[in-house]
Design a protein around this ligand. Structure first.
Ligand code: KMH
Ligand code: ZN
Length: 279
């Protein structure tokens, strides 16, 4: 792989807008962030939406509006989160697919998530996988723990490859309750991908909070891709709050260039991931 897929996760469901005013929460803020991140080197955007009070929402109207606005303003691959917030109901999370994004996240197991529990039952995962394939939506399988990779192997064995026939996973490391965000853990996950997933499968990694840099550098060292954004970290460096998502994307693009695997374009990302044509 001679280029790096950079996914930006600009908002998430957990960061409080009152504490982090630069967090994009309105549609205008989200679109402006997406445009700036595409310019900085992002190819995919992982989207969570907020309501009028800046609280997480899976409102169908807002989801459809966001998909349309992002497609209008950018060429980014639009990936909607089906993870939502830990309080979201399974039916609402499944209904996210009705907004017809290019991609959607699919977390491969339950994990403690700070003081909460991020619930992902086996039957729910199978239903997400099945509906995504039916609707030509490409999954990004999110792995918060090594056992999630074993579940993915089981899912692919029993239920077949996803739409596009390419398997792409994202290691989400450093969540309190999940796998640690350090280089040794990235190595263990990368090795497990090579041993247990179909040949040609790709991975990205993201580290929560201060684990962002070791995880980014270790992923590049293993030939992996990157996810960055304010969903995962709101500090650029010690005592230096992030100024915007594009700042994180720019740093990821610079690190990728240094590793001699520059950031790939959205067009290249669509080809790699097996995403259907826009029309
Ligand atoms: N907000 C987390 C509980 C996803 O987007 O699919 C779940 C999450 C994963 O962010
Ligand atoms: Zn997310």
């Amino acid at each position: 792989m001679n280029s790096t897929l950079i996914t930006v996760a600009p908002t998430g469901a957990e960061v409080d807008k009152r504490e982090v005013p630069t967090l994009p929460v309105t549609l205008d803020e989200l679109t402006a962030a997406a445009v700036a991140c595409e310019r900085a080197g992002a190819a995919v955007i992982h989207v969570h939406l907020r309501d009028e009070q800046a609280l997480p929402t899976l409102d169908q109207g807002r989801l459809r509006e966001a998909v349309a606005a992002l497609r209008e303003a950018t060429d980014l691959v639009v990936q909607l989160s089906t993870g939502g917030a830990v309080t979201d109901a399974e039916e609402d999370r499944l209904r996210v697919l009705d907004a017809a994004p290019d991609m959607a996240s699919c977390t491969m197991g339950t994990v403690n998530f700070g003081d909460g529990v991020f619930m992902n039952r086996w039957e729910f995962i199978v239903e997400l996988h099945r509906r995504m394939r039916e609707r030509a939506i490409v999954p990004e399988y999110e792995l918060f723990d090594l056992g999630h990779l074993a579940s993915l192997e089981r899912l692919l064995d029993r239920h077949g490859l996803p739409y596009g026939d390419h398997v792409h996973v994202d290691f989400v490391l450093g969540v309190p309750g999940g796998a640690a965000g350090d280089a040794a853990t990235v190595t263990a996950f990368a090795e497990a991908v090579r041993r247990h997933l179909p040949e040609g499968s790709t991975f990205a990694a993201t580290g929560i909070g201060r684990t962002t840099l070791p995880v980014m550098l270790a992923s590049l060292a293993h030939g992996g891709h990157l996810r960055v954004g304010m969903e995962d970290t709101v500090s650029f460096a010690r005592r230096q709050p992030v100024t915007g998502n594009d700042q994180l994307v720019r740093r990821a693009a610079e690190a990728s260039a240094l590793a001699q695997r520059p950031a790939m374009s959205p067009k290249e990302a669509r080809k790699l991931l097996g995403i259907r044509d826009a029309d």
